[in-house]
Design a protein around this ligand. Structure first.
Ligand code: GLY
Length: 427
């Protein structure tokens, strides 16, 4: 079986790693991949993964049996549609369905039409600047200003006062996020702990994963700029069965709504929830696996990932019994100095083999490159995610940090408090 995975981050390394555990012994190609996938699969260079036709042509010419789409860009661009039209199996929703992530205004519409609790919000285009400013005049603070489209995690501002909110609205309309910021949402600020729940979705049925929680800020104590995610843990202590059941119900309700609107959603639905005093509310949806959530979830998957992905792609998830280990897992992201701003590339990385010699540890690569001479060097902001699986969250956390301490590269930094608050909630 030949599988093509699109993407080159830690998420894709974790997906490839899980696919290769299958007794089907697949041949896995990854475009573009990274230093970690180069060591276990075949990296494909030069494929424009956001170009639906280029991907479909490549998949047809190379007898690919299944394409797994990792990042949001190719999903929103309609890569799944091009593959579907050529009868090539694909794990990932259609471009129209992926607007659940690609347009926050669209996502709010889906929530409204399907009775999904979320923050109150209004959308404004650049032509409606006056109305947007008027809304800020009468808003409670803090308030959230969001660029409508994909802005690489940079399009959300929590503004503590009117001046900050106005600056965020103007910045978006002035082109800071390109087309993605031509519409903004002004949204009620909700408070409560956050929790992510991801589900496999085959268009009609869902199968949820254990809950996970990432740490978005760069520095300890949830300070510093927002990042793609500096660490993650799963499960999430403090989320009781009733809350979990409600989150699952809300994801199922979302999928039913998409199905009724004839939107083809076969892939991962990622619900970003906030657990308010009034119950869970949806902060955002993603139409893909999370990064770094995938790095702590897939190591706990006990069912063959290929079987699950084929069941999703073929619309027969109901027949699959997807099993997860009872273990806990913690992932600590090792980043390049300066990230999420400017950072150096090409620094030699050492210590990964020593880290992976520890029980339960896997080091997933994100921004790495394996050079022809076998040297592994940094090639991105988030460089590695050190993941440990252990019977308890405390043991997984200790093991992940023990492993991280064995790795080094010039300028390396990481948060020291991943899962600390969760352990507090547990005790
Ligand atoms: N960890 C957040 C995301 O994948 O969007």
């Amino acid at each position: 079986m030949r599988i093509l995975v699109l993407g080159g981050g830690g998420r894709e390394h974790a997906i490839v790693h899980a696919l290769l555990k299958s007794p089907r012994t697949p041949e896995v190609l990854v475009a573009p991949g990274n230093g970690g996938t180069a060591a276990i699969a075949t990296n494909v260079t030069g494929l424009r993964i956001d170009d639906p036709r280029a991907v479909a042509d490549y998949a047809a010419e190379n007898n690919i049996d299944l394409v797994v789409i990792g990042p949001e860009g190719p999903l929103v661009a309609g890569v799944a549609d091009a593959l579907h039209a050529r009868k090539i199996k694909v794990f990932g929703p259609s471009g129209l369905a992926a607007r659940l992530e690609g347009s926050k205004a669209f996502a709010k519409g889906v929530m409204r039409r399907n009775g999904i609790p979320t923050g109150e919000s209004r959308c404004y285009t650049a032509r409606e600047l006056g109305q947007a400013l008027d809304a800020l005049e009468h808003s409670a603070y803090p308030v959230v200003v969001k660029a409508d489209g994909l802005a690489a995690g940079k399009g959300v501002t929590v503004a503590k006062d009117r001046a900050e909110a106005e600056a965020a609205v103007r910045q978006s309309f002035d082109g800071a996020f390109g087309e993605a910021g031509e519409t903004v949402l002004i949204e009620e600020f909700l408070t409560g702990p956050e929790c992510s729940l991801l589900a496999f979705v085959d268009g009609e049925h869902i199968s949820v994963m254990p809950p996970a929680q990432d740490h978005k800020r760069a520095f300890d104590g949830d300070t510093g700029p927002n990042t793609g995610g500096m660490g993650v843990y799963s499960p999430v202590p403090g989320v009781d069965e009733e809350t979990l059941a409600e989150m699952k119900r809300l994801l199922a309700q979302t999928v039913s709504g998409l199905h009724r609107e004839n939107l083809r959603f076969r892939g991962i639905l990622y619900g970003g929830f906030i657990l308010t005093e009034d119950g869970p509310k949806v902060l955002e949806y993603n139409a893909r696996f999370g990064d770094p959530e995938t790095q702590v979830l897939l190591p706990r998957l006990q069912t063959d990932l290929i079987d699950v992905m084929l069941a999703v792609a073929e619309g027969r998830l109901e027949s699959q019994n997807v099993k997860w280990s009872e273990d806990a897992s913690v992932g600590v992201v090792l980043a390049a100095g300066g990230y999420p701003g400017d950072y150096a590339k090409g620094d030699v990385i050492t210590g990964i083999a020593d880290a992976e010699a520890l029980p339960g540890v896997t080091v997933f690569h994100a921004g790495t490159e394996l050079r022809a001479d076998g040297t592994l060097v940094t090639n991105g902001g988030r460089v590695l995610c050190v993941t440990a699986v252990a019977p308890t969250l405390a043991a997984a956390r200790d093991r992940a940090y023990e492993a991280a301490a064995k790795i080094s590269f010039n300028g390396m930094f990481f948060r020291k408090d991943i899962a600390v608050r969760a352990l507090g909630a547990q005790s």
